[in-house]
Ligand binder design. Structure first.
Ligand SMILES: [Zn+2]
Length: 437
């Protein structure tokens, strides 16, 4: 019977802990925010209302910028004691990728369900509504405890990170409002790792998306034109060129692993379109490749290489290359002792029992626009020992991890916003460096 007693004790304990979580106001706020369905292209008015309430409760000034109608950019300001110093910008995005219950969610994706084991389920729990609420709760706690911050701290909330930020961060960094913030350092999103440490992103890979159109002889399918004269034949040649390159990069990827994603160029063929009827040789076939560049690649030479492959694949026929997206490579944030933001960040996390390692993620975040504009930025989401479920069904976060993250931000904000004018250069660009050839 002892096992039964132990089991009973454990489940009573678990239920008690879950109840504690259910009554925790930070968790309740996190749940409320996840419950606002901010899927790409949804109306963000409910999210703006949520942040309006939060700003009023915290007693801070909030500005809503509408560079494009329907894409609000929100700025909350926590004034420091010396606003002439550069500020700390805590950025997050409001939008989330789509989630449908039919994709196999255990609990509805916008329920923010808190289970008996203290796990909060829902789209955005990792990417990245947890971080937005952690920033807010940390800042509220610092204010409640009368902790003085030297530098101004801003929370910014973007509307469209998941779709490339054309109406959000890309316009915001060029705005007068951003310039007036006098940013010294930006914090942005990181990711979860099923490892006992945290990652600090210091650079993003540049995404290139290219469409390749192959045009050839179109005729009745009883005919038999030379392979290289057909759209599909040229398409085959193009695919061979790109996939040979992909194979070579895949070898590099296997050698260095996803934790060194900056060291290889990923290539994926994501769309193949063509054909009109089962018995007609198509005149046109198109391909879309998504490429994420190695951080040290020379873009000019790489583009020349792509064009050479296209010319060879066309074999005298007609193949065209169009860039759907071509982001320039952006600088890296300095991750040496020369950057006090970096050393402070790492040592503060260490004091909070979290070892952080500098990484380049396989994807890209809004932070790349900040670095491109000349400011240092770190990507960080305090989610160690957490299965990576960004953009996946059953995205979820352990409540303890979430609450520990608030404490980490309390320490980070307090230390970063209190770096003195003597410790930090007035020129933020001195903390970024170009890595590409
Ligand atoms: Zn994200």
């Amino acid at each position: 019977m002892r096992w039964l007693w132990t089991l009973l004790c454990l489940s009573v304990l678990q239920a008690a802990r879950s109840e504690d979580y259910a009554n925790n106001t930070s968790i309740q706020l996190f749940q409320q925010y996840v419950q606002i369905n901010t899927t790409t292209n949804n109306d963000l008015t409910p999210a703006v209302e949520f942040w309006t309430t939060q700003a009023a409760d915290a007693g801070v000034e909030m500005t809503v910028l509408n560079f494009t109608e329907g894409y609000p950019v929100i700025v909350l300001k926590w004034p420091g004691t010396n606003s002439s110093l550069s500020s700390i910008m805590l950025n997050s995005h409001m939008d989330v990728v789509p989630a449908s219950e039919s994709d196999g969610w255990t609990y509805p994706p916008f329920s923010a369900y808190l289970d008996d084991e203290g796990v909060i389920w829902g789209r955005g729990t990792q990417d990245m509504k947890s971080v937005s609420i952690q920033y807010l709760e940390a800042l509220k706690k610092l204010k409640a405890d009368n902790v003085t911050l030297l530098r101004d701290v801003y929370m910014t909330l973007m509307p469209d990170e998941e779709t490339g930020a054309a109406n959000g961060m890309q316009l915001f960094v060029k705005s007068d409002e951003f310039a007036a913030m006098n940013v010294g350092l930006e914090l942005d999103e990181g990711t979860s790792y099923a490892l006992p440490y945290g990652a600090i992103f210091y650079q993003d890979k540049s995404p290139w998306q290219i469409q390749i159109d192959c045009y050839g002889t179109s005729t009745h399918s009883s005919q038999f034109p030379a392979t290289n004269n057909t759209a599909t034949g040229m398409c085959r040649n193009v695919i061979n060129k790109f996939l040979e390159f992909r194979d070579a990069e895949y070898v590099k990827y296997q050698a260095v692993g996803i934790l060194n994603a900056g060291n290889y160029t990923s290539v994926n063929l994501n769309k193949l379109n063509g054909g009109t009827a089962n018995n007609i040789i198509p005149s046109h076939v198109s391909l879309v490749f998504d490429i994420r560049l190695n951080i040290t690649i020379n873009e000019t030479l790489f583009e020349a290489q792509l064009n050479e492959w296209i010319t060879e694949a066309a074999a005298g026929g007609n193949v065209t290359l169009t860039f759907l997206q071509k982001d320039a490579q952006t600088p890296a944030t300095v991750i040496t002792a020369d950057n006090p933001y970096y050393t402070t960040f790492v040592s503060v996390c260490q004091q909070q029992n979290l070892t952080v390692v500098p990484l380049v993620p396989p994807g890209a975040t809004d932070a790349r626009y900040i670095r491109a504009a000349g400011y240092p930025a770190f990507g960080f989401s305090p989610m160690p020992n957490t299965e990576l479920l960004l953009h996946s069904p059953n995205e979820r976060l352990n409540a303890t991890t979430f609450l520990t993250g608030i404490d980490i931000y309390i320490a980070l904000i307090k230390n970063l916003a209190n770096l003195s004018g003597d410790e930090i250069s007035a020129d933020p660009s001195s903390y970024i460096v170009k890595t590409a050839g």
